[in-house]
Design a protein around this ligand. Structure first.
Ligand SMILES: *Cc1c(COP(=O)(O)O)cnc(C)c1O
Length: 389
């Protein structure tokens, strides 16, 4: 069994992808070819966002938005520590300080109550209100932005987060790298009222290309303008009239061509993902030792991962049992970001983010993809049952 099977999807649309790639080979516009414009239009239609800029990766999408907002030294940016490294890396590479805010135990998304405390702690320097990283204890940082992450495919609690941002005059960048295609109150992620959203088309994400790729979404025409400049070395009228520092952040035309074909079956695949998650729930719900994914009623998850919690120190034994039965699993994330070596200088203590720590010890992602069959889900569930006997 595969953890994520990308082959079945490819077999299904291989011919159409080859036709698309042939078109690119024929017209030869490998950089910013017509497929890029076509894809950006389709992504706007799909999400409901006013503007879309495709780019080189999800990480670069995050970095470019933060660059456009002028975020750098002396600035504080809030985010959950229970996420992929790129969320905080994008902040740190610009010289700003990631301020970690613990997650909610059911959704694994940033906790709005903790966020309010963390903002007040940064503004006052008072670590009794909330644990702060060393740079925020030593100097008064300027609270600038929040990056909520839609973890495993499920949108964060934007009804609670956006008013907090507004009250403190903070920009909100939705990290929807795992949640493209998910919805909250019927609205698609990347169009949930944030100032900007970033997503990733890394092959294993819900909508993946065959290499690196990403996209930025915003309703802000001015931001879109600045981002198009940053995406091409800070270009002005043309790319040799550089008016700001940017980067090479474009998506390849080839990747756009592939994504156009993948997007055409994506809605169907999202339904299939939903079905696979329903099977998992059916087959696993009788097991008292595990907690199944909790999807808020407002949300439809894009199901980037199906992650369960296995308590009492049994997680690793279950994973080993599954591995012996040829069933691959993964741990997202074995270490929350506040205790990663790369952020040692922030001087966080493990217990500063207790819920993230607890989740990292008990979480286990099961095999999941839209082409998984009921018998396979059943097989995984049976194996988990046996492992827990
Ligand atoms: C994958 C991911 C990213 C980075 O995307 P890339 O395209 O791999 O650069 C950022 N944030 C989260 C939450 C992710 O899962």
């Amino acid at each position: 069994m595969q953890f994520i099977d990308l082959k079945i999807q490819q077999e299904r649309i291989r011919h159409k992808i080859e036709m698309r790639l042939k078109t690119v080979l024929d017209h030869g516009q490998y950089i910013m070819g017509p497929e890029i414009i076509e894809l950006e239009q389709q992504l706007c239609t799909f999400t409901g966002a006013k503007h879309c800029l495709t780019c080189s990766s999800g990480t670069d999408a995050l970095i470019m938005v933060l660059m456009a907002w002028g975020i750098g030294q002396g600035d504080a940016v809030f985010m959950p520590p229970f996420s992929f490294f790129a969320t905080a890396e994008a902040v740190a590479i610009l010289g700003a300080v990631p301020i970690f805010v613990d997650i909610e135990p059911l959704t694994f998304n940033i906790c709005p109550t903790s966020l309010t405390r963390a903002i007040e702690a940064v503004q006052t320097g008072d670590t009794k209100i909330y644990a702060l990283p060393a740079p925020a204890r030593q100097t008064r940082l300027k609270a600038k932005a929040i990056i909520p992450v839609d973890l495993f495919g499920q949108a964060a609690n934007y009804e609670a987060l956006l008013p907090i941002a507004k009250e403190h005059n903070l920009l909100v960048l939705e990290d929807a790298a795992q949640a493209f295609g998910g919805t909250r109150h019927g609205h698609k992620t990347c169009s949930l009222g944030c100032h900007a959203a970033a997503t990733s088309f890394f092959p294993a994400k819900p909508l993946g290309c065959y290499g690196d790729g990403g996209a930025i979404f915003t309703d802000d025409a001015n931001l879109k303008q600045v981002l198009s400049s940053i995406r091409v070395h800070g270009k002005g009228q043309d790319k040799y009239d550089n008016i700001r520092i940017g980067l090479n952040g474009r998506m390849d035309t080839m990747q756009a061509a592939i994504l156009l074909e993948k997007l055409s079956i994506f809605t169907e695949e999202l339904k299939a993902r939903q079905q696979v998650s329903t099977w998992y729930t059916e087959y696993l719900c009788s097991l008292a030792e595990i907690s199944l994914p909790h999807i808020e009623t407002a949300n439809v998850s894009a199901w980037a991962q199906y992650s369960i919690l296995i308590g009492q120190g049994k997680r690793d034994a279950v994973a080993a049992y599954l591995k012996a039965a040829n069933i691959p699993t993964n741990i997202y994330y074995p270490m929350p970001m506040h205790i990663l070596q790369a952020f040692k200088h922030l001087e966080y203590m493990p217990e500063d983010m207790p819920i993230s720590m607890q989740c990292s010890r008990s979480i286990l992602a099961l095999p999941f993809h839209p082409y998984m069959e009921e018998v396979q889900v059943c097989q995984v569930a049976d194996c988990i049952k046996k492992a827990l006997l």
